[in-house]
Design a protein around this ligand. Sequence first.
Ligand code: IPD
Ligand code: CA
Ligand code: CA
Length: 256
Amino acid sequence: MIQDIIYIAKEAGEIIRNAHGTQFNVEIKSGNIKNLVTEIDKKSEQRIIDFIQKKFPAHNILAEEGGKRKKHSDYLWVIDPLDGTTNFAHGLPIFSVSIGLQYKDETVASVVYDVMRDVVYSAEKGSGAFENDKRISVSSNRNIRESLLVTGFPYNVSENPERVFERFIEMLKIARAVRRLGSAAIDFCYVAKGFFDGFWEVYLNPWDICAGKLIVEEAGGVVTDFNNQPISIYNKTILATNRLIHQDMISILNKF
Ligand code: IPD
Ligand code: CA
Ligand code: CA
């Protein structure tokens, strides 16, 4: 099935790439000026859902822009049709399509399409993680002081929920550098690829987590909450690392 997921992620990505740099409609979601949705998010989602409904009509679907289909199936597709909408709306070329497939509540296949780099990250449970056709693995860095980290901020960041500011400042002081790319799915994949040693964020949604989590795990990394507990896609708090700096990051996050 992974080939089907790659096919439709690339099709959706092409819609997004063709729209990049053109005029499109942008709306504010739930009255928060930080939270955007564009007509391209919706077109991408529609393309993916049409494909699934044609090819796998019995399957359940959970997609960010409202595409929920509850059938009596053990399969669930978890879809972020455009992860990095703020970047996309401003013309910044960092965004992705993220599709995870669950069977009986376990993610079994995942694809994140890094649209402007035209790179496919994929994983199937037990079969490793890939960048295009090449196997990838997490970094081998054990030293948090030499680490390159990434994070993101929720749309209610101004309220400083979960002490996001304090935690960010502490990581900035300790790590070599901290980035904020604006696409959680890409953040996971760049941990899997070894560009980043660790990624933490609060208030994520199932479609931000589902595909990326399996890709990190299949690349030899680990994904937990800030208490080192296993998470499902419905947990909001994630820490994804190369495994080697996991404890150090947990200690820092738990100072607050
Ligand atoms: C957002 C991105 C961002 C993260 C936000 C997400 P969207 O997704 O993944 O990196 O910090 O929490 O909501 O809205 O662009 O699909
Ligand atoms: Ca998202
Ligand atoms: Ca999205």
